[in-house]
Design a protein around this ligand. Structure first.
Ligand code: PLP
Length: 417
């Protein structure tokens, strides 16, 4: 692939310039000075016609890649039929998507919203209501993990166990505490501490694999221990499947790698293949929401649910889980070879399916590798300061994985010199 290929593409929208963009849009993101204008499969093109291999996929979101024929048809058909009516009425697509999710997971019930953070907010509210009404706890505590990521709304960011995301936003939401990830002894001790203070722990909220925290897979022994602890104490186990759910790991849900089932879980990123949608799922025993308890104007609308249902069916029809397993193995073994070629740069390769991390060593920062890869026409994204994350579309093929590994090899070559 030639990253410098100039293609016959429409330029960026008329009158677009980045200075205007920066004048009118809040500066909440650190952006590359690149304007993306078109996508096809696993490729993106910028306004200068440069071609990129997209191993970011809108941050683990565009599961079917860009301009997938099924996605185009779903979006077109649904917008022509009905796109939004509110939850004052029955919405067939919402019911069908809920049925698909229930039939393909351990959950019995679903609530739809628009993002990962919103799904986690719902999970936190559900757990608190369960604590009040079923457990009889008036001041419930929810434990989460250090280095976790659960989103940017106030309760979700409080649940996020990373001080850098809390800075400047005090007072945070009360009722959260943090424990080290994959450390059962520490978790047991913290639950005991809270019990001694008379403030019971209502729920434990964890990612099956920590995504933003550095692509750290959960340890099955740990999660089985967490499950036992929750069962013994009547606490809820909530899993945040926002990044790893919907097939990203080669199984539909991250918990399938851990040999346990959660009581409540959330998903979002991959669910709509890039169309905004999130979902909160739970076992029927936890469904304590009653009419009026929770709501979302856009949540579960015919458009988002119709498209997401089609994404789910495409995942099944095209056997994408199988592809994720194979391409994931190919990618990890290629990254393993790069680790041997560049032992001074790479400390470790880890991941499940098509969520993989390259942990760097020495002074090298993930941002430097991301920049060097970009120069070679490959898009990747950091997961913390020292980990480069590779999360391509789930449709990625063998040749594209090889191409990406080639780009990364060249990029690392420029950094070792
Ligand atoms: C991205 C992410 C979120 C937040 O999702 P948004 O859609 O950005 O609100 C929450 N949890 C995890 C694990 C994520 O990766």
């Amino acid at each position: 692939m030639s990253p410098d290929a100039i293609l016959d593409l429409p330029a960026s929208p008329p009158n677009f310039n980045r200075a205007d963009f920066d004048r009118y849009v809040m500066a909440t993101y650190g952006r590359f000075p690149i304007t993306m204008v078109r996508g096809q499969g696993c490729k993106l093109w910028d306004a200068e016609g440069r071609e990129y291999l997209d191993f970011v996929a809108g941050i683990a979101t565009c599961t079917l890649g860009h301009a997938h024929p099924a996605l185009i048809k779903l979006v077109t058909d649904q917008i022509q039929t009905l796109h939004h009516v509110s939850n004052l009425y029955y919405i067939p697509q919402q019911g069908e998507l809920a049925r698909w999710l229930v039939e393909h997971s351990c959950a019995d019930r679903v609530f739809f919203c628009n993002s990962g953070a919103e799904a986690n907010e719902g999970a936190i509210k559900l757990a608190r209501k369960y604590a009040h009404t079923v457990m009889g706890i008036s001041q419930p505590v929810i434990l989460t993990a250090q280095a976790s990521f659960h989103g940017r709304t106030l309760a979700a960011v409080t649940a996020t166990g990373q001080p850098k995301y809390h800075k400047g936003f005090d007072p945070l939401v009360p009722g959260f505490d943090y424990v080290p990830y994959n450390d059962l002894a520490a978790l047991n001790a913290r639950v005991e501490d809270w019990n001694r203070e008379g403030r019971r722990v209502a729920a434990i909220l964890l990612e099956p694999l920590q995504g933003e925290g550095g692509v750290l897979p959960g340890d099955p022994t740990y999660f089985q221990g967490v499950r036992d602890l929750c069962d013994r104490q009547g606490m809820l186990l909530i899993l945040d499947e926002v990044q790893v759910g919907m097939g990203r790991t080669g199984k539909l849900w991250g918990y399938e790698h851990l040999g346990i089932e959660p009581d409540i879980f959330t998903t979002a990123k991959g669910l709509g293949g890039g169309i905004p949608i999130g979902a909160l799922l739970c076992k029927s025993k936890c469904d304590v929401f009653q009419p009026g308890d929770h709501a979302s104007t856009f949540g579960g609308n015919p458009f988002a649910c119709g498209v997401a249902l089609g994404v789910c069916q495409t995942l099944e029809r095209e056997g994408l889980l199988e592809n994720v397993v194979r391409r994931g193995e190919q990618l990890r073994s290629g990254l393993g070879r790069l680790a041997l070629t560049y032992p001074t740069l790479i400390a470790q390769v880890r991941g499940w399916g098509l969520i993989n991390g390259l942990e760097l060593q020495g002074d090298l920062k993930a941002a430097e590798v991301v920049q060097a890869a970009l120069q070679k026409g490959l898009l990747v994204v950091p997961a913390g300061p020292k980990v480069v994350r590779l999360v391509p579309p789930l449709i990625v093929d063998q040749a594209t994985v090889d191409q990406a590994l080639g780009c990364l090899d060249q990029a690392l070559g420029t950094l070792v010199a």
